[in-house]
Design a protein around this ligand. Structure first.
Ligand SMILES: NC(=O)c1ccc[n+]([C@@H]2O[C@H](COP(=O)([O-])OP(=O)(O)OC[C@H]3O[C@@H](n4cnc5c(N)ncnc54)[C@H](OP(=O)(O)O)[C@@H]3O)[C@@H](O)[C@H]2O)c1
Length: 269
């Protein structure tokens, strides 16, 4: 029986992915910041573990616990993440730093902690949950976009290093998915002294929220993550949902200025 360790399992994509792997006979180390509020319906092969991606000690402790409990880790899913959304000028230095601490450095920390183990075993897979926002920039998402673009570049460069050790790197790129991402997890960038962006940011944030409400269910991402985890080939990019696939295609097919005009017009009117 194979074992996956997933970050950010308290809700949304992480929680659904934990359940999907467990139903398909994997052991699951379902990690999250606070283990008290999330239940998995009695799966004996799911173990909840405390892991905050911005706390390196909690990462190494969770990895050790998973290996001791299940005997091995075969796959890591770097899922934990959130969006800071709004006008960049309204962001505090703390908000900027935290966005990168979780979405980029957190993901790198988990990867850095598992690599000695995967390298010694000459086996393993790292699945990074990026986003369509790792390829396409959207109004209000300057911070979130920059973290997901970073995850794309990091992952692509990393796979060159790790191929020789039989360690795969995969990137899952969902479009809008209906989760807490658009609610409690979102950090809305506000500054009561700056009003000049309001006419632009307010409709754009509304569009972002609407896209979440109309988004796919997280199970659709769980299935793609499962496919990536079981893949024997070197495919790296796994976009999720027709909307993500069409937008990615459009971005490649039409001139950049036209593409940006379409995104701006759609998002801000
Ligand atoms: N929903 C979408 O439309 C969408 C689209 C593309 C990509 N994604 C990506 O999918 C991933 C999961 O998001 P989701 O949609 O499932 O949203 P979600 O339901 O809000 O889940 C986010 C998860 O990340 C966890 N998290 C936040 N900061 C953390 C930290 N420092 N350490 C550990 N865990 C932390 C949250 O834990 P707490 O409960 O403790 O806050 C929660 O479990 C994110 O990386 C997101 O960028 C989402």
């Amino acid at each position: 029986m194979k074992t996956v360790l997933i970050t950010g399992c308290s809700s949304g994509i992480g929680k659904e992915t934990a359940i999907y792997f467990a139903k398909n006979d994997w052991n699951v180390a379902a990690s999250m910041r606070n283990v008290n509020f999330t239940e998995f319906g009695g799966f004996a092969n799911i173990k909840k573990i405390v892991l905050d991606v911005s706390d390196y000690e909690s990462i190494t402790a969770a990895i050790d616990f998973a290996i001791k409990t299940f005997g091995a880790i075969d796959v890591i899913v770097n899922n934990a993440g959130y969006a800071a959304a709004g006008a960049f000028e309204c962001a505090s230095p703390e908000q900027i730093k935290k966005q990168f601490d979780v979405n980029v450095f957190g993901l790198m920390n988990v990867t850095r902690a598992i690599l000695p183990y995967f390298r010694s075993k000459k086996h393993g897979a790292i699945i990074n949950i990026a986003s369509i926002a790792g390829h396409i920039a959207f109004p209000t998402f300057s911070l979130y976009n920059s973290t997901k673009f970073a995850v794309e570049g990091y992952s692509e460069a990393l796979q060159y290093e790790l191929n020789q050790f039989n360690v795969k790197v995969k990137i899952v790129e969902p479009g809008p998915i209906k989760t807490d991402f658009y609610g409690r997890s979102m950090d809305v960038l506000e500054n009561s002294q700056i009003k000049d962006y309001d006419n632009f940011i307010t409709p754009a944030l509304q569009k972002i929220n609407n896209s979440g409400n109309g988004g796919l269910l997280p199970i659709s991402v769980a299935k793609v993550i499962f496919k990536a985890a079981n893949s024997k080939c070197n495919k790296m990019h796994y976009p999720v949902g027709i909307q993500a696939k069409v937008l990615l295609l459009f971005k490649k097919a039409i001139p950049s200025c036209l593409f940006r005009w379409i995104i701006k017009t759609y998002m801000t009117t």
